[in-house]
Design a protein around this ligand. Sequence first.
Ligand code: AMP
Length: 126
Amino acid sequence: MSVTGLPPYDPQNIFARILRGEIPCKRVHEDAFALAFHDINPLTPTHVLVIPKGAHVSAADFHANASAEDIAGFWRAVAQVAKSLGLEASGYRLLTNMGLDAGQEVPHFHVHVFGGKRLGRMVSAG
Ligand code: AMP
């Protein structure tokens, strides 16, 4: 286990394989810092994932260990993706699951961009 409670980075995780082009994705944006693609199981009318190019297990790992340039570039890409999806006027939600209690499934840091309808309450305790 790493200090974040997750195993060390696994280069065979599904998002690493998408980054290497080994598995297809419905890409919406790519730049030096990030790749964005539609979630395979969308929970809202627009549901896009944004992932950094670097090998980071989680939000904790990314923000502790990525360079300031990579962190800034990543978050700028997230905002650009939301804008390019036409979500700025109506609004959107950004979410990242970090570790066990949040139910993080894929061990490569990613941010969900949700939009396209009224999203309701922020957190379900159930
Ligand atoms: P999380 O629970 O935050 O780790 O979210 C992982 C997300 O990745 C889920 O919403 C899945 O639907 C999504 N996902 C898993 N595999 C793929 C894939 N091959 N392409 C696109 N999205 C995926």
